[in-house]
Design a protein around this ligand. Structure first.
Ligand SMILES: [Zn+2]
Length: 214
C-alpha cells in the first residue's frame, strides 16, 4: 500500500500515520528523517544537502527526490510506504510521479484528513503544559485534578506560545495555502480520499481503513 497522508498541524496526523504503519507493515517516510540519515551516514547526497543547509538555503527538490529514490528501494518498502510532509508543491508531486513511474510504481491513495480549523484551535488552545516536568494536559479532554496545577509535581501549568489561537490560525492558513494545489493535483488523478476527521481517533482510523481498502 503506497500512501500519502495529508493533514493539518494539530489534526492527529501523526497518530493515524502510526496506525497505518502497523496495519500495513510499512515504513513512514519523511524528508526530515531521510536528510538526517544521509547526513549522518555521510552519503554524497547528504553532503550536497548539507552545503545548501549551511548557506541557509532550502535543499533542492532534485536532491530530496534522489534520496527518496534510494529510500524507496530499501527492503522495508516492499509492502509500500506512508509519505508524510512530501510532496508539498506541484513540482515535487510531479517529480514524485516521475520517480515512481521509473520504478514501475504509483501511489495507491492520497488520504486527506479533513478537520475544521476551529476544532483544531479549540483543541490546541486548551492545552496546558507543566513548566517543571513538561506533562501536557487538555482543559477539555484531560484536565488536571487541581485547576492550573500539575498532577505530577504540583507546579503551575502554562499555555505554550505555539498553542496561542492566533499562531495556530496562522499555521493553518499556511497549511491550506500550501496543500490546496497539491490536493487538487491528486484529486484530478482520482487518488484522493477525503476523510472526515472530526471524530475520535478510533473513528478516524476506521474511516481511513474503510476508504482505502474498499
Ligand atoms: Zn509537572
Amino acid at each position: 500500500m503506497r500512501l500519502l497522508l495529508i493533514g493539518p498541524p494539530g489534526g492527529g496526523k501523526g497518530t493515524q500515520a502510526k496506525y497505518l504503519i502497523d496495519h500495513f507493515d510499512i515504513p513512514q517516510i519523511s524528508t526530515g528523517d531521510m536528510l538526517r540519515a544521509n547526513i549522518q551516514n555521510s552519503t554524497d547526497l547528504g553532503g550536497n544537502a548539507q552545503k545548501f543547509m549551511n548557506s541557509g538555503q532550502l535543499v533542492p527538490d532534485s536532491i530530496i527526490l534522489d534520496m527518496m529514490k534510494e529510500r524507496l528501494t530499501d527492503q522495508d518498502c516492499d509492502n509500500g510506504f506512508v509519505l508524510d510532509g512530501f510532496p508539498r508543491t506541484i513540482p515535487q508531486a510531479e517529480g514524485l510521479d516521475y520517480l515512481l513511474k521509473s520504478m514501475k510504481e504509483q501511489l495507491d491513495h492520497v488520504i486527506v484528513m479533513d478537520v475544521p480549523d476551529n476544532l483544531i484551535i479549540t483543541r490546541l488552545s486548551n492545552r496546558r503544559s507543566c513548566k517543571e516536568c513538561g506533562q501536557v494536559y487538555n482543559l477539555i479532554f484531560e484536565p488536571p485534578a487541581i485547576a492550573g496545577k500539575c498532577n505530577n509535581c504540583g507546579e503551575d501549568l502554562f499555555l505554550r506560545p505555539d498553542d496561542n489561537p492566533a499562531i495556530i490560525q496562522q499555521r493553518l492558513t499556511v497549511y491550506h495555502q500550501q496543500t490546496k494545489p497539491v490536493i487538487k493535483y491528486y484529486s484530478d488523478q482520482g487518488l484522493t480520499d477525503v476523510i472526515d476527521s472530526k471524530g475520535t481517533i478510533d473513528e478516524i482510523r476506521s474511516n481511513i481503513l474503510l476508504n482505502i481498502t474498499s
